[in-house]
Design a protein around this ligand. Structure first.
Ligand code: 3AM
Length: 175
């Protein structure tokens, strides 16, 4: 199964992210993510089997035992890809606590021989894909207020023509 580890978002924060996405949907064209897909990826694992998923669960338990809840501080919009076909995301401030959490998770995965995508961690919440950006800057947007993430989850990702759907397989509470 195709998997990744992410922070789940508090409901009030999700509401405000959805509000931001609504504002953006009047300014750019693209495939906006459904609200229930919002998350903050810490490590993309790709295909894993049963035995590996047990190791990932052990890694999450270990992380939860040593890491506190983390602040989510919306900072700016950002993109991956080309301006006429990009992924549009809400970037979060790289606080020490958030970067330490991602480091700790990756250390625990390394210890158990679990491979993951090693690109540098850039905390973000994906809002839309296949986005065509306008030439003019995106202005007048209301960003979500800062909040706190408390739950770390292993997700299964299923790809289909309608886009990916994500199912939580195992969660731990931080702190
Ligand atoms: O959290 P976001 O939406 O940025 O883009 C995929 C999504 O990230 C990313 O993992 C999350 C859940 O699917 N993803 C998919 N394939 C990936 C890969 N090969 C990947 N990240 C890194 N490497």
């Amino acid at each position: 199964m195709r998997t990744f580890v992410a922070l789940e978002l508090p409901e009030a924060f999700e509401d405000e992210v959805a509000d931001l996405a609504r504002q953006l949907s009047g300014m750019v064209s693209g495939r906006f993510m459904k609200r229930e897909t919002y998350h903050l990826t810490l490590a993309f694992l790709g295909e894993i089997g049963e035995a590996e998923s047990r190791e990932v669960i052990a890694a999450l338990d270990e992380v939860a035992g040593s890491c506190d809840t983390v602040a989510l501080r919306p900072e700016s919009l950002g993109t991956f890809g080309k301006p006429r076909d990009c992924t549009l995301w809400l970037g979060l401030t790289q606080t020490d606590e958030l970067m330490t959490l991602a480091d700790e998770l990756r250390t625990q995965l390394d210890k158990r021989g679990i491979a993951y995508d090693c690109k540098a961690f850039r905390p973000h919440i994906t809002l839309a894909r296949r986005v065509v950006l306008p030439k003019a800057p995106l202005e007048g947007l209301v960003f979500p207020a800062a909040d706190t993430a408390c739950r770390l989850t292993l997700f299964k990702s299923t790809l289909s023509q309608e886009g990916a759907s994500y199912k939580p397989l195992y969660s731990v509470e931080l702190g």
